[in-house]
Design a protein around this ligand. Structure first.
Ligand SMILES: [Zn+2]
Ligand SMILES: [Zn+2]
Length: 252
């Protein structure tokens, strides 16, 4: 919002794929991954309805993913319903912060832990440990439906070996991975720049975890990374990686 570098100025002037709202995803129109402060705008923009959601699964409690106060608008007196319409899954920090904010709510909260699969309708969700916000069990999410498997890896950092070891036994048909820092690597351990993103994807391919030809799409691009969408396309295309943008749809 307050950034005034070249990428931000270009986005404001020209719009299009350089305008980036906060990261989240929706699987098959019904399984919601993260709930950023831009959720209402994103749903309206795409003509989607939260009435179709069967569950909300959180990766971690950073404010750009966990707009806790916005969840009050799912209940009376803002709407007629008196019960929260779907269960919420999240790590211990998410569950604790939900109970703090909404102590009297009729809401189904289910605590998730890394490497512990949970079944949600026809999906199996397996959180894996991200190298990000280490004072909580920050997740990336493996989403399986039948024989198809997607890894949603926003706010990732370069994984520790326990996560790589777990992924050795997984075969992915699609990957969404962060590329937050673009051309400008920072000292923060918890995000990837372009070189680290490419290295992570290459290692997943080499170990056979990422299927040949499987779609790989980036997310969570910060303006401070200094990369426009066009520049990301030029840089990532040779590595078989598609830069993500608001509203992108991926078939896995
Ligand atoms: Zn984060
Ligand atoms: Zn984030």
């Amino acid at each position: 919002m307050f950034c005034d570098n070249e990428v931000s100025r270009l986005a404001r002037a020209q719009g299009g794929r350089d305008v980036r709202s906060r990261s989240a995803a929706l699987v098959d129109g019904q399984l919601k991954l993260d709930f950023p402060p831009d959720t209402l705008l994103q749903m309206n923009r795409e003509g989607l309805s939260a009435h179709d959601w069967i569950a909300l699964v959180f990766t971690h409690s950073h404010d750009d993913h966990f707009a806790r106060s916005e969840l009050q608008y799912f209940l009376y007196p803002f709407v007629d319903q008196e019960y929260f319409p779907f269960p919420i899954y999240g790590n211990a920090t998410i569950c604790e912060r939900m109970r703090d904010r909404f102590p009297d709510w009729p809401i189904e909260l289910i605590e998730t832990s890394s490497f512990q699969p949970v079944a949600i309708a026809e999906y199996t969700i397996t959180p894996i440990k991200a190298n990000h916000k280490l004072d909580e069990d920050s997740h990336n999410l493996i989403v399986q439906n039948g024989s198809r498997t997607l890894l949603y890896a926003t706010d990732t950092g370069m994984w520790h070996e326990e996560t790589w070891a777990y992924l050795q036994g997984v075969r992915l048909d699609g990957l969404v991975v962060e590329c937050t820092e673009g051309f400008h690597r920072t000292e923060y351990y918890g995000h990837l720049d372009i070189a680290e993103c490419v290295a992570l994807v290459s290692r997943l391919r080499e170990m056979g975890t990422l299927a040949h030809g499987a779609p790989v799409v980036t997310t969570h691009h910060a303006a401070s990374g200094g990369a426009t969408h066009r520049q990301l396309e030029e840089t990532l295309a040779p590595h078989g990686i598609t830069p993500g943008y608001d509203g992108i749809e991926i078939e896995v």
